[in-house]
Each structure stands twice: as structure tokens, then as C-alpha cells.
Design a protein around this ligand. Structure first.
Ligand code: SF4
Ligand code: SF4
Length: 110
């Protein structure tokens, strides 16, 4: 889930169609999705323990849904650790291939 302000100019037109705060699809696509990758230890240490998977590989998920996601998918959602979210979450941009894949999977328009 990303903020519109972070979008690159090339994606701005597409992204204006999608509002992450009324979506949440990429945060509820797969338990394999919000994994830790390029974060350093200091970054990871700031993520509240209750949201971290038992094996420390990524975010704790309930089924396919990240435990830090609140709200109703496709209507109104928010990331509970937005400022601390993992790098993979920062990399996903509205309108990119991963975004479209996730939105399709839950039946949202692409
Ligand atoms: S799937 Fe796309 S529009 Fe939906 S929250 Fe993720 S980046 Fe935003
Ligand atoms: S940490 Fe936040 S942005 Fe990343 S998958 Fe979970 S709810 Fe989504």
C-alpha cells in the first residue's frame, strides 16, 4: 500500500484510478507477499512484534491477509504500520503489475 505522493510521474495517470485506502488488495493477496527482504535490522526492530511472523520471515498473516491491515478490503483499508512497512510494501505502486494482479484476484476493477 503506497501513498499517491510517492508515485512516479509515469504511473500517476493510471494510479489516479486506484485509491489504496479503498483497496488493500496487495495486503491481502498472499501470506508470501509481505516478506522481509532488503530491510536492515534497525528497520525491522521498529515493526511491532505482534505483526511479525513467528519465523521472522515477514509480516504475520491471517490466511492471506497481513495482520497489520485494518478495514474492509475493497472499501476502506489502512496499514497499521504505514511508516514502518517493509520494503516490498513500499515497492508496490498503484497500477503496477503486482497491484493489478492483486486487484484482479479479489475482483476489483483494473
Ligand atoms: S493493490 Fe494497488 S491500489 Fe490496492 S492497495 Fe495495493 S498498490 Fe494500492
Ligand atoms: S505491512 Fe502494511 S502495507 Fe505491508 S502488507 Fe501489511 S498492511 Fe499492507
Amino acid at each position: 500500500m503506497v501513498a499517491a505522493a510517492r508515485l512516479s510521474s509515469s504511473r500517476r495517470e493510471t494510479a489516479s484510478v486506484f485509491d489504496c485506502q479503498s483497496c488493500g488488495a496487495c495486503c491481502s493477496y498472499s501470506a508470501e507477499w509481505p516478506r522481509f527482504s532488503t530491510e536492515d535490522d534497525a528497520q525491522l526492530d521498529r515493526i511491532p512484534e505482534q505483526y511479525v511472523a513467528a519465523d521472522l520471515s515477514g509480516m504475520r498473516c491471517e490466511g492471506v491477509r497481513c495482520s497489520a491491515l485494518s478495514g474492509e478490503i475493497g472499501k476502506s483499508t489502512a496499514c497499521g504500520i504505514y511508516e514502518l512497512r517493509p520494503d516490498v510494501c513500499r515497492a508496490c505502486m498503484p497500477g503496477d503489475a503486482e497491484c493489478l494482479m492483486a486487484r484482479r484476484a479479489i475482483g476489483l476493477p483494473v
